[in-house]
Design a protein around this ligand. Structure first.
Ligand code: NAP
Length: 368
């Protein structure tokens, strides 16, 4: 039986991973152990083989596992991965963090799109399997068909990313911010009937020195933040840099397809959405494009380009907690017949994080 260690299981990605594994009875056939960076000796979840949480920094303990699944974050990966391998550990490392994604001996996980690459990695003895960037994964779950048919000359992605993409603590702070704004308007006479008064109260509250911003760094409820992750040379953020780097690595493209845009954090709880402009390599009729998108994987939903269908199906409210990846607003842009506009929404905690990890762990279990 595969002996698997889970690190980071109580964070956003980790808790969604456990939830999905329970739904799919994935713990059957695994000997599961749970680690903590902050609470070794504490109580693990009910699936634990070992009845206390193990120390996630203890290399000797980590080395005893066939598979380690880390949803803990990049700093943790930086701290333990190299010492583990240096000490001769040759187990499978499955990780949600970005640290190892661009390493030559790491395979990116998004099996509905790149299963042959993952299978080749297993055949070739690759031992590091890394979840892809959440925005890229959600985009490719919707639009991979265009890449598979070599139709993309370049692509822009303008994103609308949920607070949960930044982790549990930021999400909890967003709820606190929402509560402060709604509470202020509720408690002020006249604010439920005077929209300008409501807006002025909300704006003043967002600017109040006591407004809770310790985690996010700025008001996000009722606002947006056009910067995600750190700066890289050339004016991009790291989140924007990943768009091209990871799309091309996942798809195994022969030439680098330019992918760029502006990544924006918005005050939604869950789901990353993005408006894309695709410069096609040739003019292809819309019906053919929709057919290609639809055939790409069983989770894509091509949404008719109507107001009714868009408001019903193409929103984080409709998609959160589901594996469906709707692609809508599909139409040719005014720039010419080779310019395609579209909008996608995907649950970044599922396809953008936990689900590819869960499915790969299942592949390992089935092989053991
Ligand atoms: P997270 O929610 O911040 O959790 C990471 C760890 O933080 C937890 O395992 C926990 O570790 C600790 N933690 C501190 N305060 C917490 C709280 N209030 N609730 C729960 N845990 C708390 O991070 P994450 O969003 O899951 O991301 C983990 C990794 O996956 C990151 O590298 C991230 O970049 C990547 N990723 C995230 C997403 C996403 O949508 N969130 C998508 C793709 C990839 P201990 O139990 O050891 O204290």
């Amino acid at each position: 039986m595969l002996k698997v260690g889970f690190i980071g299981w109580r964070g956003m990605v980790g808790s969604v991973l456990l939830q999905r594994m329970r739904e799919e009875s994935d713990f059957d056939g695994l000997e599961s152990h749970f680690f903590s960076t902050s609470n070794a000796g504490g109580a693990p979840p009910p699936e634990a083989h070992h009845k206390t949480l193990l120390d996630a920094h203890d290399i000797e303990t980590l080395k005893r596992f066939d598979v380690l699944v880390s949803c803990q974050g990049g700093d943790y990966t930086k701290r333990v991965f190299a010492p583990l391998r240096r000490d001769g550990w040759s187990g499978y490392w499955i990780d949600a963090a970005s640290t190892l994604r661009m390493e030559k001996d790491a395979v990116l996980l998004l099996d509905p799109v790149n299963r042959p690459v993952i299978e080749a990695g297993l055949r070739d003895g690759v031992k590091s399997y890394i979840g892809s960037n959440c925005t890229v994964s959600c985009m490719l779950m919707g639009l991979a068909g265009l890449f598979q048919h070599d139709m993309v000359e370049w692509m822009t992605t303008m994103t609308y990313q949920a607070a949960s993409g930044a982790g549990a603590a930021k999400m909890l702070e967003l709820v606190k911010q929402m509560g402060r704004l709604a509470g202020k308007a509720d408690a002020t006479p006249g604010a439920s009937t005077d929209a300008l008064l409501a807006e002025q109260l909300v704006t003043a509250e967002q600017r109040h020195p006591d407004f809770p911003v310790a985690e996010i760094g700025a008001p996000l409820a009722g606002s947006l933040l056009a910067w995600i992750d750190s700066e890289v040379p050339g004016g991009q953020t790291r989140e924007e840099w990943k768009g091209e780097a990871e799309t091309n690595k996942i798809m195994g493209t022969k030439r680098t397809i330019p992918v760029d845009g502006i990544c924006v954090r918005i005050g939604t709880m869950r789901c990353h959405s993005q408006g894309v402009c695709v410069k096609l390599r040739r003019d292809v009729p819309l019906d053919d494009i929709e057919g290609i998108l639809r055939a790409s994987n069983p989770w894509v939903r091509v949404i008719p380009n109507t107001k009714e269908a868009t408001l019903k199906c193409l929103t984080p409210a409709a998609v959160s907690g589901t594996l469906n990846v709707p692609v809508g607003r599909v139409h040719k842009l005014r720039m010419g017949p080779e310019y395609l506009g579209a909008f996608t929404v995907g649950d970044q905690l599922l396809w953008g994080a936990a689900e590819p990890l869960r499915r790969f762990l299942g592949m390992l279990r089935d092989r053991s």
